[in-house]
Ligand binder design. Structure first.
Ligand code: COA
Length: 350
């Protein structure tokens, strides 16, 4: 069985990707700063002030990225009121396996049939990157409806003894359903502005486990294990994050034909509240127009923006007609931004 990619009158090319459903999944276990302070040389005050996090959610060992993606995906489909899609994209840096991709298993578990399914590896920008791919699939007539999930088990990649990363990251998943529709419709994604800088690939990196630094020979138990944890030069990344997110956000607003002063809500990747304050200041967006959930969930990488969309919409912070600007930045380095007008009648399932 395979999908036939034949554009028809029904699969009109050049349609927009319209956001019609949102879902979220967070592990039940909350890890507070005080719990971390028991084993790390850090403090609740430092983490709150310097990063903006009070607690993060951590998945139990038997729960994987795919499991959370299935849950968030099911909720997004229910939120959209649909049972089927033509493609499933899972944006993640913490896939269930290095091979195969997580998305086909997620599609299978959701009962979506033999649809196209693949992972998008673009770090914390993964959800916006995958949304851009979904928009391209829809514009070309290849798909009419796409499920995009951002899902991470960052705790699987974090060295619990590393105070430069352990307080920052959390686990979770968020998902969106996009459907073909006219560009003028509220919820239609406007152009995505994106980019990368691989000269800084080592600024956020998991050194071992890939082809560059292979896993050691399992038959030679004396060999030291490679470093399979995230290593981040936070201070350097901070400066690039502010610069790249500001530029991408500005360009995405311009690509939509918007003035920055028209932006009602700026939804930025939740890595550090000081990064987002600096981006908002550079763009002239008032801080009260910059919703945040980092204090509750930490940095959930590719899950960050879809979770924030769910939480901001759920608490009524995104109103129909609001001009919403999304911007993300992370490992690669890679960044991406896009815009949409918030649609009426979209209720996220949490
Ligand atoms: N607890 C307590 N103190 C800490 C600490 C911790 N967890 N981590 C660092 N410090 C200390 C340092 O030792 C240093 O002390 P000193 O001034 O006495 O030398 C001081 O805090 C400042 O260190 P620095 O590394 O400059 O911290 P920072 O203010 O840059 O904050 C990050 C570190 C990681 C929180 C911050 O750089 C960051 O969020 N970077 C951006 C991450 C990002 O955008 N990622 C995007 C994709 S994931």
């Amino acid at each position: 069985m395979h999908q036939v990619l034949s554009p028809s009158a029904d699969r009109r090319a050049d349609a927009a990707a319209v956001l019609v459903g949102l879902g979220a999944c967070l592990p039940a276990r909350r890890v507070t700063n005080s719990e971390l302070c028991g084993r790390l040389d850090t403090s609740d005050e430092w983490i709150r002030e310097r990063i903006g996090i009070a607690e993060r959610r951590i998945a139990d060992p038997e729960v994987s990225t795919g499991d959370m993606a299935v849950e968030a995906g099911a909720r997004a489909l229910a939120s959209a009121g649909v049972a089927g899609v033509d493609a499933v994209l899972v944006a993640t840096s913490s896939p269930d396996h290095r091979c195969p991709a997580t998305a086909p298993w997620v599609a299978h578990r959701l009962g979506l049939g033999p649809v196209a399914a693949f992972d998008v590896a673009a770090g914390c920008s993964g959800f916006v990157y995958a949304s851009a791919v979904a928009a391209g699939l829809i514009a070309s007539g290849t798909a009419r409806r796409v499920l995009v999930v951002g899902a991470e088990t960052m705790s699987a990649l974090i060295d619990p003894a590393d105070r430069a990363t352990a307080p920052i990251f959390g686990d979770g998943a968020g998902a969106a359903v996009y459907e073909a529709g006219p560009h003028h419709l509220d919820g239609a994604l406007n152009p995505v502005v994106w980019g990368s800088d691989g000269s800084l690939a080592d600024a956020i990196v998991v050194p071992a486990g890939g082809a560059r630094e292979r896993h050691r020979d399992p038959h030679a138990p004396a060999a030291p294990p490679g470093d399979a944890f995230v290593r981040m030069r936070g201070n350097e990344v901070f400066r690039h994050a502010v610069r790249r997110m500001t530029a991408a956000a500005r360009d995405a607003a311009a690509a939509a034909g918007w003035e920055l002063r028209d932006v009602d809500r700026l939804l930025a990747h939740q890595a550090n509240h000081r990064v987002n304050a600096a981006v908002a200041d550079a763009l002239g967006v008032p801080h009260e127009h910059v919703p945040s959930n980092i204090h509750q969930v930490g940095n959930t990488a590719a899950a960050s923006l879809p979770l924030l969309l769910c939480h901001a919409a759920d608490r009524g912070d995104l109103k129909p007609g609001h001009k919403v600007l999304l911007v993300a930045f992370g490992s690669g380095l890679a960044w991406a931004a896009t815009t949409l007008v918030w649609p009426a009648g979209l209720s996220p399932r949490l």
